[in-house]
Design a protein around this ligand. Sequence first.
Ligand SMILES: *[C@@H]1O[C@H](CO)[C@@H](O)[C@H](O)[C@H]1NC(C)=O
Ligand SMILES: *[C@@H]1O[C@H](CO)[C@@H](O)[C@H](O)[C@H]1NC(C)=O
Ligand SMILES: *[C@@H]1O[C@H](CO)[C@@H](O)[C@H](O)[C@H]1NC(C)=O
Ligand SMILES: *[C@@H]1O[C@H](CO)[C@@H](O)[C@H](O)[C@H]1NC(C)=O
Length: 425
Amino acid sequence: CLALVTIALFFRAIFLHSFSGYGVIKSNNLRLILSPSVHLESHEGIRGDKFLEVPQIVWGLNHLDPTLNNQKISFARACLTARVLNRTLLMPSLSGSLFYKEIDLLHPISFDQVFQYERFNSLCNRFVRLGRYSDLGNQTGKYDLRKGSGRKWTVERDLEQLKQSSRGPIDKYQVISIAGKNPFLWHDHWPVKDYARVFECLVLVDEIAKEADKVVSKIRRIGRKLRSKTNFGAEGSSLSYAPYVAIHMRVEIDWMIHCKKLEQRSRISQICSSKQEIMERVGNIVGLESTAIVYLAVADSLLNDSSILDGWKIGLVPFEKKKLGVDGIYKKHPYLIQSAIDYEVCSRADTFVGNSFSTFSSLIVLERTQRVIRMGITSSCSIDVRWPSYAYNIPGESNAPQKWMTNMSDSNLKAISYGSNAISC
Ligand SMILES: *[C@@H]1O[C@H](CO)[C@@H](O)[C@H](O)[C@H]1NC(C)=O
Ligand SMILES: *[C@@H]1O[C@H](CO)[C@@H](O)[C@H](O)[C@H]1NC(C)=O
Ligand SMILES: *[C@@H]1O[C@H](CO)[C@@H](O)[C@H](O)[C@H]1NC(C)=O
Ligand SMILES: *[C@@H]1O[C@H](CO)[C@@H](O)[C@H](O)[C@H]1NC(C)=O
């Protein structure tokens, strides 16, 4: 009997272990399926005794899309650079505040205050590797690598420089330190799949994830109330699942000025959308529930602008963080964390609508696309797939927003994440 019990326990342990990564979808805990299973091998893939140091990760190209996502892209680019060099990336710091030009005010936040460090290394095992400065021991030397700049510094030259640094005398240094420009401005040498592989390993620390949980449960609680009211108290409806739509609505004045300029420069007319256009197109989405709660992820400057709450199609009930009563949750944190919370809320929404020219929207769609692919679905362009995403700046059928899915086989991130209206649907 004892032998049998032991065997049973053994198999149970193996079974539980091998499924632990994918888990079961609980209504409020998508994080379980957001990340692939944990690999337990050691770090054989990347050398642990050679390091790469990069400048502080700052907001990125322009302060008008100042979200955590620019920093995620920069971070992933730093990781992939370290991978080319077969080196461990020394944990960089992120920037908490918005004053992106005044370096002193960037309010450095350590990576591990936002994302789980150990989890990152186990999920990204053999692909990229993060290290701490304390792993350095006695410094045996640092090589300062300066990236070129200007028109003549082509993508090819940049890659050649990296390759040269991965061998010969430079490789003997324990630390290569890249000086100068923020990684967001480095040349992009990597396919979308590689970025996605790094993004998958970024899991928020519990403290922040819990804040996002609070916001999502508040939205669903209000959604359930609304539904039970409109269903005239149909039996059990107050307990039923309340789907929500999240819209990343970029209509603040400085964005509108920026995007108009962008439209002129790139001769693309589908970048800016007005409030009215967004409301109208979202109202035309086929298959939205008759009563749906709409979470508006908007810039703080719009929180006092009640016009974003008016004019929605009957049945769509808009909320932003102030009307939801969750602005207190946000206010406690620096801008970076606020943006991380909003990212989670949008990413977990049943339906997401964003602007294809925004990195924030694009990375959300990338994550949602990965999630759908992980469920075995290769094209989510058809209507009835879970977690649909739309681009409101591109009109689709019957003036609804166009369905949006990330093209995972694209050869660089720019093609899918900013400066593009290629949404592959
Ligand atoms: C890094 O170097 C180690 C040891 O030399 C090697 O085994 C591994 O394959 C290399 N990894 C990559 C990604 O080049
Ligand atoms: C590191 O440096 C200290 C002081 O310079 C020295 O005492 C120690 O032996 C060194 N350790 C290693 C591992 O080289
Ligand atoms: C919104 O209005 C309130 C009170 O009228 C004010 O305290 C707050 O600073 C305003 N917020 C913004 C972002 O304008
Ligand atoms: C995805 O990207 C690849 C590589 O750039 C391209 O060949 C393919 O046509 C794209 N697919 C779609 C659906 O846009």
